[in-house]
Design a protein around this ligand. Structure first.
Ligand SMILES: *Cc1c(COP(=O)(O)O)cnc(C)c1O
Length: 427
């Protein structure tokens, strides 16, 4: 069937059981797979045949769930990873190495910022961070001859700034490199970055995709549209023979649709081993089956809470992309016409101390290092997730010291608003 709806893919994508096979996705809880001859297995090691031999590289349960996410994003190939962090790392390390350079939006998840600015820098990969609302001139000036990719988030966590994906894709392509988009907060239900020119999408599946706070996980999806071969001198890892696989050249052997994910599986999973467990993939799939239903409710609650906070005398500011007058409102209308996410951020009169008091007064929303869960939760990034950042870096990441990130779950919006109202009354 062509043009199948995302709702149907959420429920049924990836897995089609045959006659007499289980209706629910089987958990293939096996590290290894049996072969009749050494030659048969050798062909797998040489990437000459496809099949499973060891779950550090590939596992049928994980592949089935990756295929569902791939279909949801409209991609050509996908892989699961152990976490969103692993997905972000692989997405870049697959095409960049020591001596290379990446352009990244400055409004990204704190963990990703640390990965890029500290850990990957130690590996010899340099990052230039640009504001998502920089001018085209500033954006183009960030590129260097050794730039290998551009990175950004559809909806930044926790700044909630919407990225102008088309503009960033154009700049990336003008410089012969792909645009990598972390689509965690929007999910493919609300935005498919490939439709706007992005080339690779990453996810922390820990958030809305799982949706129940059950399993940490990540995913990388390739659009299959970036022409590595046209920029072969920039991407030797994809366009020249890989000695660790008997001289296979990924773009030749697997085409534009398969080269990137095959290389990430064959090299990065082989060497770093950040696999998702089949059990976690099963839980992720349960979450995906209701993603389209849940996202609509998260967005409805997010909008209601944002409107309530906007009208409250003790609230100094509210950021929610769906809110009229929000800095990202126009971009949200373009990229997220059906809703953005359930996360709202706001500041309280009285700053840091008042923010702490409001959070402690909440009875339904719990203080957690988490977002995008069925249960509402809240967090003060300046003292938790982003505490390693200086005030200047915080500001560049769009996080002020009084910012409370409130993640609307699936509870009744009236109850969430009543809870916030009584907590705000306490300050
Ligand atoms: C949480 C998060 C990550 C990291 O994902 P983990 O699964 O926690 O490793 C990356 N990007 C965004 C936008 C996130 O919210």
């Amino acid at each position: 069937m062509s043009n199948i709806s995302k709702d149907t893919i959420c429920v049924q994508g990836g897995y089609t059981p045959g006659n007499g096979e289980p209706r629910q996705l089987p958990i293939v809880q096996s590290t290894t797979f049996k072969y009749a001859t050494g030659d048969a297995m050798g062909a797998l090691f040489d990437l000459k045949a496809s099949g499973y031999f060891y779950s550090r590289l590939q596992n049928p349960t994980c592949d089935t769930v990756a295929a569902k996410i791939c279909e949801l994003e409209g991609g050509s190939a996908a892989m699961l990873t152990s976490s969103g962090q692993a997905a972000s790392f692989y997405s870049i390390f697959n095409i960049a190495s020591c001596g290379d350079h990446i352009v990244s939006s400055s409004t990204i998840y704190g963990g990703t910022y640390n990965l890029f600015a500290v850990t990957m820098k130690r590996m010899g990969i340099e990052f230039t961070f640009v504001s998502p609302d920089c001018t085209d001139e500033e954006l183009n000036a960030a590129f260097r001859p050794n730039t290998k990719a551009v990175f950004g988030e559809t909806i930044a966590n926790p700044a909630l700034v919407v990225l102008d994906i088309e503009r960033f894709a154009r700049a990336a392509h003008d410089h012969g490199v792909p645009l990598i988009i972390d689509n965690t907060f929007a999910t493919p239900v609300n935005c498919r970055p490939f439709e706007w020119g992005a080339d690779i999408v990453t996810h922390s599946t820990t958030k809305y995709m799982d949706g129940h706070g059950a399993a940490v996980g990540g995913c990388i999806v390739d659009s299959g549209r970036f022409d590595w071969a046209a920029h072969a001198e920039k991407f030797p890892g994809l366009c020249t023979p890989d000695d660790s696989y008997h001289g296979v050249t990924y773009v030749k052997e697997f085409g534009l649709g398969g080269a990137y994910i095959t290389k990430a599986t064959a090299q990065l999973m082989r060497d770093f081993g950040s696999v998702q467990s089949p059990q976690s993939a099963f839980l992720l799939n349960l979450g995906l089956e209701s993603l389209h239903v849940r996202m609509a409710r998260h967005c409805e609650n997010g909008m209601a809470v944002a409107r309530f906070l906007q009208g409250h005398e003790k609230v100094t500011w509210v950021t929610y992309p769906g809110l009229e007058g929000d800095k990202s409102y126009a971009l949200a209308q373009k990229y997220l016409p059906n809703g953005s996410c359930g996360v709202v951020s706001f500041g309280v009169r009285g700053g840091r101390e008042a923010a702490a008091k409001v959070m402690e007064g909440l009875k339904i929303a719990a203080i957690e290092t988490h977002v995008a869960d069925a249960r509402s939760c809240c967090l003060h990034p300046a003292t938790t997730t982003h505490r390693q950042m200086s005030d200047e870096e915080l500001l560049a990441a769009g996080v002020s010291a009084d910012l409370i990130r409130f993640s609307c779950g699936l509870e009744s919006k009236d109850d969430l608003i009543a809870d916030l109202a009584q907590a705000l009354d306490r300050v």
